[in-house]
Design a protein around this ligand. Structure first.
Ligand code: NAD
Ligand code: LMR
Length: 324
């Protein structure tokens, strides 16, 4: 049996965590041979609810769970953490954009960045799920100067997975037939789900779908899917968000099959400003991700990639005071 790894999850009593914790405990993130220690963080008012979740995890008698820590102290939750999933934050309601949460949630991520800096494993892999995820990841990273900025990522895998299904359904194929899906930019309504490199069953996606569907149906559907779920469910996506968080961490740790989308610190690739947390096409291998280079970008794509970059620069400017 392998040595256990420590997995910190914030917002442990929230709706995403109610799916996420149990799937991680079952081995879905790191495999059926990887024991885990769960380190769950909540705010003091939610500790009773968190203790209820812990009782339920215990009642599952998961073979992989070695220990569970439930705490309202980030310094305890992140102690020696190998993986940190920063989920805890306020979700948006109907009529709000994710960046409306910037003010409410930004402070959380500066505190947690400092705690990660001071207490986590030096190799910690951090995924920010709480919205606005890209800029929250930037805040956390800037408050963790002793960790590498590349250890801080944000989630656009849910957008990626949504896009896979939209295209598979449109072409009458299965999601596993789709290759080279890309989400560029921000996890927001400006994100650019790009089919220019995409193949379905080996054929160029653009030969299978009409341009009108791509521009006026596919792109807005993926961009607005979070809002559509809020409208339908009366609450933001939860099980699908948890599933995509598991995909993101699984692939980062254990390797991806082909190209996946991850929001990571830009290194200037594809003409995007360095430093902002921007979603790129990546391949993962040996616990590392690498941006896939060399795709040709046409004028349509460039405009969309720049629009979402601009929004991220504006979000960064709005939280300048929290960037350490
Ligand atoms: P929720 O309200 O059900 O749960 C959030 C939990 O976080 C609550 O239990 C709350 O007490 C806790 N919390 C708040 N501040 C905290 C802090 N400082 N430390 C620790 N815990 C804290 O919300 P949810 O539906 O689970 O969503 C969580 C976040 O994830 C929201 O910001 C939501 O918008 C975001 N989200 C992102 C994606 C994505 O694709 N990136 C997808 C879905 C949801
Ligand atoms: C989503 O994409 O489902 C989440 O970011 C929740 C939201 O606010 O849309």
């Amino acid at each position: 049996m392998k040595d256990p790894v420590r997995i910190a999850i914030t917002g442990g009593a929230g709706q995403i965590s109610y799916s996420l914790i149990f799937r991680i405990a079952a081995g879905d993130m790191l495999g059926p041979d990887q024991p885990v220690i769960l380190q769950l963080l909540e705010i003091p008012q939610a500790m009773d609810a968190l203790n209820g979740v812990v009782m339920e995890v215990n009642d599952c008698a998961f073979p992989l769970v070695q220990d569970i820590v439930a705490t309202d102290d980030p310094n305890v939750a992140f102690k020696d953490a190998d993986f940190a999933l920063l989920v805890g934050a306020r979700p948006r309601g109907p009529g709000m954009e994710r960046k409306d949460l910037l003010e409410a949630n930004a402070a959380i991520f500066s505190v947690q960045g400092k705690a990660l800096n001071d207490h986590a494993s030096r190799d910690v892999k951090v995924l920010v799920v709480g919205n606005p995820a890209n800029t929250n990841a930037l805040i956390a990273s800037c408050n963790a100067p002793d960790l590498d900025a590349g250890q801080f990522t944000a989630m656009t895998r849910l957008d990626h997975n949504r896009a896979l299904t939209q295209l598979a359904q449109k072409t009458g194929k299965h999601v596993t037939d789709v290759e080279n899906m890309i989400i560029w930019g921000n996890h927001s309504a400006t994100q650019y789900p790009d089919l220019a490199q995409c193949k379905v069953d080996g054929k160029a996606a653009f030969d299978l779908v009409e341009r009108d569907w791509y521009e006026n149906d596919f792109i807005p559907t993926v961009q607005q899917r979070g809002a559509a779920i809020i409208k339908a469910r009366g609450a933001s996506s939860a099980a699908s968000a948890a599933s995509s968080a598991i995909d993101h961490m699984h692939d980062w740790a254990l390797g991806s099959k082909g190209i996946v989308s991850m929001a990571i610190p830009s290194d200037g690739s594809y003409g995007i400003e360095e430093g902002i947390i921007y979603s790129y096409p990546v391949r993962c291998q040996g616990g590392k991700y690498e941006i896939v280079q060399g795709f040709e970008i046409d004028a349509f794509s460039e405009e969309k990639m720049k629009a979402t970059e601009k929004e991220l620069r504006e979000e960064r400017a709005a939280v300048e005071h929290l960037l350490g």
